[in-house]
Design a binder for this molecule. Structure first.
Ligand SMILES: [Ca+2]
Ligand SMILES: [Ca+2]
Length: 672
């Protein structure tokens, strides 16, 4: 059997258990059955062959080639498959890589036995890609694709090892006859694709018919694109045909953890480039490549405030030079991790006049901040209100200024307040707005401020009425109506009419009032003064009416004279004078002086009587004159005149001392 089988196989092909057994002769004259249910010509020819074996045995030595005219050529097959822009190459081996290999057609006589392998060059270590039964007869639809990866330069080999054994290589030099058994085309439309047509054994001399259409397949080198991203789920990782362009992408460019920290896509790197998260720049896949999505971490920095309200007007916080007002708070910004931000909170004005907000503290890290975590910074404010204090006089406590809301205040003012000479001011109380009670009559007020407030201190003006007598200190002093205040003083409210009445003073005669040096008219009493300014009123009195003469004693001789002079004090001029000698008026002596020339010796008494304009009279002391008779013979007596001792000097001195004592006593009384 073995020898028969060997011969039979050698002569007719492999022994098979079906009608696909062929011999070298037959196979050139048959058309392989490719459909099911058709009468297979091969079966008929097998029987014919057996019968005709002796007759045609010599024929076996000849190779009559009968090409099946219905089989498409390799070019037609490729064109039919859509590969039209092709260039044949002399490539025989292929570089390491991962390949897709797709079998498209088997226009072979032994499609069920053609086996395709790859092998490392210079070895006979074959790895089967498509086994014989795989594929089909003619076009294979759908085509069958497989993937293999080799890390060495390799070739492809078409083989059949059982009957009609053969093995052909893409490397022509390894083929039995050194001929080409595989045509390798480049797809000019897609350089990553090789299109290969292999020929199988046709003839008993182990050669083929070189139609290269017994197994037609494409070979596509692939490269793997790895995509690395620490966040999000990147797309685009996978296999790509050599020479194609790949893209990688992210679903999101922001991954927010919701805890104040987020990741932000920045750019592609590695074998990718670009800043568009949703599509990188094209990646040319001529080798395995890696795309890296780069991200940065950001933290949320939040700026807020306490105690401001919607009346807040001006900038609250400035963050990296950007001003933010109340309505823009809280202000949250994303800050790159480890970036530095700076901020400052400001005192804040208010749309309400007399209200403002003062920064009292900041909660959170101080500026500048290197941000490594989510941070919150809060400016804490206190509301302040302005207290306006208005007073035309005095020294109020407090003066106008800002106060924290809720501050308890005691406002006060010193009263009376001295003005210009003779002028003073008395506080009559206050009027208030805001937190200050509407009005009051004291010079002190307690309140707590919780809104813009105003306190006005109210005053009345008083003028001093100074009342004097002339001579000073006469008793009783003039009366006044109404009386001044307080108590026994002469302060009067402005515009008060005051009636002054000069009183009768013993020995003195009222003369007139003057106000500020201007007489109100002789004898006018009482007078009324309108206190529109400080005034000084003086009641003038005439002093006691008296007259003195000089000398009060003298001794003369008859024939000599004594000249009397007089001093009139008080009364009211004009004066009428009358000299008396021994109590008898001397006719014609109506002057203030009189020269007495006695004609006889003796003792004489002289005085002067004066009547003033008011009819009052005053009489001088009496002078005593001794007159001697001159003896015969002409002896003379020396006249001795007494040295005058003026009685007015001690009198005036005494009155002055008494007046001063009186004034001092009155002042002491006032102070008490
Ligand atoms: Ca097959
Ligand atoms: Ca062939």
């Amino acid at each position: 059997m073995k020898s028969w089988n060997y011969i039979k196989e050698h002569m007719y092909g492999p022994l098979m258990d079906n009608s696909e057994t062929f011999n070298c002769f037959h196979k050139h004259n048959i058309i392989a059955e490719r459909g099911n249910g058709e009468l297979r010509k091969s079966s008929l020819m097998k029987h014919l062959g057996i019968v005709m074996l002796p007759v045609f045995s010599l024929f076996l030595l000849y190779h009559v080639i009968t090409v099946n005219a219905s089989d498409p050529s390799l070019t037609e097959i490729l064109n039919n498959l859509g590969f039209t822009n092709l260039a044949q190459t002399n490539i025989e081996t292929f570089p390491p890589g991962t390949y897709n290999i797709t079998i498209h057609a088997e226009f072979a006589q032994y499609p069920n036995e053609n086996e395709l392998s790859h092998y490392k060059i210079n070895t006979s270590s074959f790895t089967v890609i498509f086994s014989g039964p795989e594929g089909g007869s003619g076009y294979i639809f759908p085509p069958i694709t497989k993937t293999f990866t080799v890390n060495y330069q390799f070739g492809l080999s078409l083989s059949r090892t059982f009957s009609y054994p053969y093995r052909y290589y893409t490397e022509s030099s390894r083929n039995p006859d050194g001929a080409q058994y595989a045509k390798v085309y480049k797809n000019l439309d897609n350089p990553g694709i090789f299109l290969i047509g292999f020929d199988e054994r046709t003839y008993c001399d182990e050669t083929g018919d070189k139609d290269y259409n017994d197994m037609v397949f494409s070979l596509q080198l692939q490269h793997y694109l790895s995509v690395i991203s620490p966040y999000d789920t990147p797309s685009g990782e996978g296999w790509y045909y050599n020479g194609t362009k790949a893209f990688t992408s992210l679903a999101n460019d922001i991954i927010d953890y919701g805890n104040g920290t987020r990741a932000i896509f920045t750019h592609w790197s590695g074998d990718a480039s670009g800043t568009n998260y949703s599509k990188s720049e094209p990646i040319y896949m001529n080798q395995n490549k890696t795309a890296i999505a780069n991200w940065k971490i950001q933290h949320l920095a939040t700026f807020s405030q306490t105690n401001l309200d919607s009346s807040a007007l001006s900038t609250v916080v400035t963050v990296n030079g950007i001003n933010k007002t109340f309505s823009e708070l809280p202000y949250a910004i994303w800050v790159d991790s480890n970036a530095v931000i700076s901020y400052s909170y400001s005192n804040v004005s208010s749309s309400t006049t007399g209200k403002r907000f003062t920064l009292t503290s900041i909660t959170g890290p101080t500026s500048p901040i290197t941000v490594t975590n989510p941070i919150t910074i809060t400016g804490n404010y206190t509301t302040q209100y302005y207290l306006t204090v208005t007073s035309p006089y005095g020294s109020p406590t407090p003066t106008s200024r800002w106060f924290d809301t809720g501050t308890s205040l005691t406002a006060s003012i010193i009263t009376p307040w001295a003005g210009p000479t003779g002028t003073r001011y008395l506080c009559t109380g206050w009027t208030g707005t805001g937190s200050v009670p509407t009005s009051g009559t004291l010079s002190t007020i307690n309140f707590a401020i919780n809104q813009p407030s105003h306190i006005t201190w109210n005053w009345k003006t008083q003028y001093l009425l100074t009342v004097l007598t002339d001579p000073a200190g006469l008793n009783p002093q003039p009366t006044r109506n109404p009386s001044g205040e307080p108590g026994d003083t002469w302060w009067y409210e402005a515009s008060t009419d005051v009636t002054l009445t000069a009183q009768s003073v013993i020995n003195y005669t009222f003369s007139n009032w003057d106000i500020d040096g201007i007489s109100k008219g002789s004898g006018v009493n009482p007078i009324t003064i309108n206190m529109n300014t400080p005034h000084t009123a003086t009641a003038h009195y005439s002093p006691p009416f008296s007259v003195s003469i000089y000398p009060l004693s003298a001794s003369i001789n008859v024939g000599s004279s004594v000249s009397f002079t007089s001093i009139i004090s008080g009364g009211k001029s004009p004066y009428a004078c009358q000299w008396y000698l021994d109590n008898n008026p001397v006719p014609g002596t109506n002057s203030t002086t009189w020269t007495f020339t006695p004609t006889t010796g003796g003792i004489y008494y002289v005085h002067l009587k004066v009547t003033d304009a008011m009819g009052k009279t005053a009489q001088s002391e009496t002078a005593k004159i001794t007159v001697a008779i001159v003896p015969v013979g002409g002896q003379s007596y020396r006249i001795q005149v007494q040295t005058r001792t003026d009685p007015l000097i001690p009198y005036v001195a005494l009155v002055s001392v008494l007046t001063m004592i009186s004034i001092k006593m009155r002042r002491k009384k006032r102070k008490h």
